[in-house]
Structure formats: structure tokens, C-alpha cells
Design a protein around this ligand. Structure first.
Ligand code: CU
Length: 134
């Protein structure tokens, strides 16, 4: 009986490792649609150059805006929020872009949004998680 239990625990451990949250990556790939980022959560190492590969699969212009640490666009992205952005890229329908940016220094959670009018409210929101590298 003990052997079987040990075996089950081992299998569980392997499964958990395989399905566990993937670590930080310097390569991010996502698709923009009307109105979502898929996936919408990214984990990157602090201060590293990050390569973004963006596929626009929607019908209207979108952008990918990383807000500054501790900043949040609130109900909607407006003029006031523009001063609080960390990084931004605009993407046109049908476009595919590969671009780089440098991850923030401060580890933590950063809000990611689309700043086009109404898009944030429609669900174009995500998270950039910056982790301290070892
Ligand atoms: Cu949008």
C-alpha cells in the first residue's frame, strides 16, 4: 500500500511540474482580437530585453499598453492615463509585428490594456508580471 501511495505522489509531482505556471520568458507571443489579448497574462524577468510577437486578428486598430508600476487605467483609458504608461505599441488589423522592449526594473504586477476608446471596457486587459531574476 505504501508503495502505491509513493507512486501516486511521484506521478502527481511530475504532473504538477509539467502543468505548473511557466517561468519568466524573454519571448512573448500573443494575438489581438476584437476585443481580447490571447493569452492575457505574461511573466517576464526584470530589466531584460523582451521580444514581443504580436498577431492582429481583429478588424479595428488595437494597442498594447503597459501601465507604469502601481498605475491602473481605471474604468477607461484617457488623457490623464497617457502620462502613466510605461510602454506602448499600436497594431493595425491584419498586421504581425515583432518588436522589443526592456522589462521594468521593479518586480511586480503591471496592468496591460488596449487604449482605444471602449476597448478596455470590452475586455482588452491583461497582466504583465515582472519577476526578479536569480
Ligand atoms: Cu483594442
Amino acid at each position: 500500500m505504501k508503495k502505491i501511495l509513493t507512486f501516486i505522489v511521484m506521478i502527481l509531482a511530475i504532473l504538477l511540474t509539467a502543468c505548473g505556471k511557466s517561468g519568466p520568458s524573454t519571448k512573448i507571443s500573443f494575438t489581438m482580437t476584437d476585443f481580447a489579448f490571447t493569452p492575457s497574462e505574461f511573466t517576464v524577468p526584470a530589466r531584460k530585453e523582451i521580444t514581443l510577437h504580436i498577431t492582429h486578428d481583429g478588424t479595428v486598430e488595437h494597442n498594447f499598453i503597459v501601465m507604469q508600476y502601481g498605475m491602473d487605467a481605471g474604468e477607461m483609458f484617457d488623457k490623464e492615463d497617457e502620462a502613466n504608461t510605461y510602454w506602448q505599441i499600436d497594431v493595425q488589423p491584419g498586421e504581425t509585428k515583432t518588436i522589443t522592449f526592456v522589462a521594468p526594473e521593479q518586480p511586480g504586477m503591471y496592468q496591460v490594456i488596449c487604449g482605444m476608446v471602449g476597448h478596455l471596457q470590452s475586455g482588452m486587459v491583461g497582466k504583465l508580471i515582472v519577476t526578479e531574476q536569480r
